[in-house]
Design a protein around this ligand. Sequence first.
Ligand code: MN
Ligand code: MN
Length: 315
Amino acid sequence: MTQFAFLSASTFLKVPPRHDGAPRPFGLAGLAWDGSTTNRPGARFGPRAIREASHMLCDATHPLFDVSPSEALDDVGDLPLPNTGLDGMRAALAKQLPALLARQHMVWLGGDHSITLPILRAQRERLGQPLAVIHFDAHCDTWTDHFGEPSGHGTWVYEAFQEGLVVPACFTQIGIRSAGERAARDYVRDQGGQIFTARDLRGRESSAQLADVTGAIRQRLAAHGHPPLYLSLDIDCLDPAFAPGTGTPEPGGLTTNQVLTLLEDLAELDFVGMDCVEVAPPYDHAELTSYAAAAFVWTYLAGRMKRGLQPSPGH
Ligand code: MN
Ligand code: MN
């Protein structure tokens, strides 16, 4: 099997593909897998659509942070992964993760949400400690099985807790609203984490209006010694009005402004990586969903640069 990633004709922010020289501080890779989607497939086309949407950002100078990630980013392309089964995909991905994570601060474009579990496993192994997680989603992803199979795109949170990959008190869910039995809906809270449902956040978009959310996240992290923090952003956290192009849309969701406010106001935290998943271009309109995803990834990267390129000691 080739050791080279599948380089898309276009890259995120039009940065040059990764070269053999010294790595730039940040790397971005596509994980074009949607074999675990519950409803509408298509997230395998997410990475290329998000890359295309990012081209509208031109020089990518962020208006709030006043930095551009363009000079600090390599686009690794889409990783070579089999698309015939979840176990095979994860095994192939797991082999590639350690070298990528050792080389650069990585951002992952999904793909469906089943990609996050192997990433957390690799980060847990690399860092030698469980991670804090901020998880944007319409769905709790805490189900104990995937329609009779042990794992899927809706089980990774449950599995991450079961495997000790995360710090329970520092796991925060934002935007949750889908149908689901109480045990699944409240699983993260029952384990000691916190949940801000979409209903909790209705009508609140500004920094001041969301200060209880950002304050609670900071307080939890401080109380537990600032564990390394991972961001997992399922695009279906957004209302379908803002992100129709996804496999399992749930009305009554977050606005783009709500997510941007939270990402901007939490930019000083000690993130070690992020994913943006479940963008399914076949159901998109006017590329709304891809533009939102590109803006979120860009904001994350600009926030990392603003904070300082070097992770804090130990991370
Ligand atoms: Mn999800
Ligand atoms: Mn979801």
